[in-house]
Design a protein. Structure first.
Ligand code: GLN
Length: 451
């Protein structure tokens, strides 16, 4: 813990942490030592972790990296983080992220962008660690924590993991409790870990997961022993290659990476099968209707009355308006505008209802594919990490980066990103494994075969 606390201080230029909690970390580590000495060590005893600022932590400022939450300090602990502390983990601090988890580059944060510890060979440009869990990914990659919590609504665990050479898994919807996690799009949001190895991710997820009566969408199922799946033989498993993911304009090196992944899995004894997910091309537009719709509703609570920032106006309505005008950043406002538009009476059928139907089709596509295969293999993102500022003025270009990740959230399935090599510039690239609902175990086995 002490070494990590020092590393965090030394690497402030990465802007991965928005709040450091060194005193608390040392206190937790001491309690951990005491439990260890008395032979009561938990599964994560003494493991120093970073916590994405979307998780409410009792007595510790939690802002979702939005100005509107000010220095909101919850009086309660999210279930996921409570589970980690129960098993002995230590909190190093709160990690930077895109505001309310909306973004793919960590540039929408009220605390400024996070820097990727990776650089192109011989280059000096600062790169994005991806988003929205950019702080989590950057901190894990730079060894500023042993592992981190993250959340994934449309790729926010997997894409940053791919951009930083780390492992990230978004579990099945309902595997981890959403209680105490600031809501973005409730039917898509899931918590999961970012870690240095597949096994670390398995150990962390085992601790984070579990049924929680405080979240009505939490699944009443036992948590499997995920670490036991790591290193397990994958011989005879059938892995599908969805042909629709071979999108136009995909760089040759991403295609080459994909072929490499296929070769590795073949060597490990898997059977490779081409499958079709015909509605894939509608996933991105459907996601960018459903997610903003739910966000506009979830974010209605930030009115200057309950939490954080309040900018006084002449009357109540004016106070609402001024608070929201000042408190929300541009991307969040864009999502609220889109969301309220697609939910409005005149457009509901044309956009929101249509998007929900597309979502059903996408889930059906996966169901059909999973009659033939045990898991799917795809690239995680259509590119390696890009430069900070490169896409920040072009929301559509930014949204296109989520092309391979949003489908999984729409269908509620587990997805994992594994570091799979470097591109020509020496930047990490990730491969994505997609599993059947509640079958994260197979992903851990396949992930350790690729790792
Ligand atoms: N990049 C996507 C978005 O901006 C996904 C974000 C996420 O998974 N939280 O909505």
């Amino acid at each position: 813990t002490v070494a990590h606390v020092q590393a965090v201080e030394a690497a402030r230029a990465l802007n991965a942490y928005v709040l450091e909690t060194p005193e608390r970390a040392i206190e937790m580590a001491k309690a951990s030592d005491a439990r260890r000495a008395s032979g009561q060590a938990g599964a994560l005893e003494g493991a120093p972790l970073g916590i994405k600022d979307l998780f409410c932590t009792e007595g510790v400022r939690s802002t979702a990296c939005s100005k509107i939450l000010g220095d909101f300090t919850p009086t309660y602990e999210s279930t996921v983080t409570a589970n980690l502390w129960r098993d002995g983990a230590v909190m190093l601090g709160k990690l930077n992220m895109d505001e309310f988890a909306m973004g793919s580059s960590n540039e929408t944060s009220a605390f400024g962008p996070v820097v990727n510890p990776w650089r192109t060979q011989g280059g000096n440009a600062q790169l994005t660690p991806g988003g929205s869990s950019g702080g989590s990914a950057s901190a894990v990659a730079a060894e500023l924590c042993l592992g981190a919590t993250a959340t994934d609504t449309g790729g926010s665990i997997r894409q940053p993991a791919a951009f930083t050479g780390t492992v990230g898994i978004k579990p099945t919807y309902g595997r981890c409790s959403r209680w105490g996690v600031v809501a973005f799009a409730s039917s898509l949001d899931q918590a999961g870990p970012i870690a240095r190895t597949v096994e670390d991710a398995a150990i962390l997820l085992k601790s984070m997961a579990g049924h929680d009566p405080k979240d009505s969408t939490s699944l009443p199922v036992e948590t499997p022993d995920f670490p036991a799946f790591c290193g397990k033989s994958v011989k005879g498993l059938r892995v599908g290659i969805p042909k629709e993911y071979r999108v136009e304009g995909m760089p040759a090196e991403i295609e080459a990476l994909w072929q490499q992944g296929i070769a590795w899995l073949k060597d490990a004894g898997c059977e490779i099968v081409e499958v079709s997910l015909p509605h894939t091309k509608y996933a991105l537009p459907a996601y960018y209707i459903v997610a903003p719709a739910e966000a506009s509703s979830n974010l209605a609570r930030y009115d200057g009355m309950r939490y954080g920032l309040r900018v006084e106006g002449g009357n109540l309505t004016e106070t609402y308006e001024k608070t929201r005008a000042e408190g929300f950043g541009a991307e969040v406002k864009r999502r609220i505008l889109i969301g309220t538009y697609v939910l409005s009476a005149g457009y509901y059928d044309a956009y929101y209802l249509k998007a929900q139907k597309v979502r059903r089709r996408i889930a059906d596509d996966f169901d059909q594919a999973f009659e033939k295969v045990d898991a799917l293999l795809t690239p995680t993102a259509p590119s390696a990490a890009f430069a900070l500022g490169e896409k920040s003025d072009d929301p559509v270009a930014m949204y296109l980066n989520d092309i391979f990740t949003v489908t999984v959230n729409l269908a509620g399935l587990p997805g994992m990103s594994i570091p799979a090599g470097l591109d020509a510039n020496g930047l990490p690239l990730g491969l994505q494994l997609i599993g059947k609902a509640l079958d994260e175990g197979t992903l851990f086995s396949l992930g350790s075969a690729i790792e």
